[in-house]
Design a protein around this ligand. Structure first.
Ligand SMILES: C[S@@+](CC[C@H](N)C(=O)[O-])C[C@H]1O[C@@H](n2cnc3c(N)ncnc32)[C@H](O)[C@@H]1O
Length: 313
């Protein structure tokens, strides 16, 4: 079968539309706002989700337990039965242009344990969520192996509520090096303006895992690198949007949201969240960030009101 990525009429239409200066139907006009708000809840994810109103969140970004028994919270005997309870709420809480990212991996040892494949299968067959991309997170640092090829990737699925999902590719383009830029500028199929902006990062992302002594570490055993979270936050949400992470762990998502001027809700069943988040904030670069406020356990209506009221036009 032909590789359709070389004959993409939709892409051609988009390029023409851009050249003609016509705005895409999913364009968002970001409203002015003074500060960002970040709510923190120590609670079970499913219980929390039930309290959230419909269409209230623009990006759900979650890194759930992979069920690998890495910690006391990483062992759900009926993983998919449990996961279904939070998956079923995601479509409802997302806004019309909303996105959802779920990190995960594949189970190699015991299929009964469940994994991201099962989650993906369930979302495709039992929810209205649409699969936009499977992202391969490739890293060079990992465990060695002798009875199989050493694993060097994890995955994340990007789902959307509708086909009007928000996506800002320009915010995450990767700069060309000088040599490939010269070659690209000679390629008549490529748009010079986009070459200046940088490359599409593709759906294979090479980002190192955090080593034990990484400066980013705040003490959580399965902390994600800010670089990978930042790419999702920047591309799939806009400034002033509300981002929800209901397996917040150390609060990496919240830290990135503070840095990138998004509001956030962080939920974790483990009460160490606030302590980890404080350490994250000590390391955060807030030089370009708006003032921010962290609120522990607010009533959800009050919090959503604060987010709404932060708009000043
Ligand atoms: C893989 S870690 C997330 C790590 C996070 N991405 C970070 O960068 O720090 C998963 C988190 O889910 C939390 N968790 C597990 N079961 C939960 C539940 N039922 N409700 C809420 N949180 C839960 C665990 O306490 C753990 O911190």
């Amino acid at each position: 079968m032909a590789n359709k990525s070389h004959h993409n009429n939709g892409l051609r239409a988009l390029v023409k539309q851009k050249r003609d200066g016509i705005e895409h139907s999913t364009a968002v006009h970001v409203k002015k706002f003074d500060k960002t708000f970040h709510a923190l809840y120590i609670q079970d994810a499913v219980k929390f989700l039930k309290t959230l109103p419909d269409s209230s969140v623009q990006l759900v970004l979650i890194d759930p337990p992979y069920n690998l028994d890495l910690d006391y919270w990483d062992n759900y005997p009926n993983y998919l039965d449990w996961a279904k309870q939070w998956i079923d709420e995601i479509y409802r809480v997302l806004s019309e242009n909303g996105n959802c990212v779920i990190f995960g991996g594949f189970q190699f040892q015991d299929l009964k344990q469940g994994d991201l494949l099962e989650i993906l299968h369930y979302t495709r067959h039992n929810t209205k969520l649409r699969l936009i991309n499977l992202i391969i997170w490739y890293y060079k640092n990992g465990m060695s192996a002798h009875r199989y090829f050493a694993n060097r990737h994890e995955e994340a699925i990007w789902l959307s509520k509708t086909n009007k999902y928000y996506f800002d590719l320009d915010s995450v383009r990767v700069p060309y090096d000088e040599e490939s830029k010269k070659a690209a500028l000679k390629d008549k199929r490529l748009i010079p303006e986009n070459i200046e902006k940088g490359k599409n990062p593709t759906n294979v992302w090479e980002i190192g895992r955090l080593n034990g002594n990484s400066v980013e570490r705040v003490g959580h055993p399965t902390q994600k690198p800010t670089e990978i979270i930042r790419r999702f936050v920047k591309a799939l949400s806009y400034e002033g949007a509300l981002v929800l992470d209901f397996f917040a762990g150390s609060g990496t998502t919240g830290r990135v949201c503070i840095e990138e001027n998004r509001h956030s809700i962080m939920v974790d069943a483990d009460e160490s969240l606030m302590g980890y988040l404080k350490k994250h904030i000590e390391k955060a670069d807030i030089s370009k960030s708006k003032p921010y406020e962290i609120i522990e356990n607010p009533s959800i209506d009050d919090f959503l009101n604060m987010v709404r009221m932060s708009v000043n036009e």
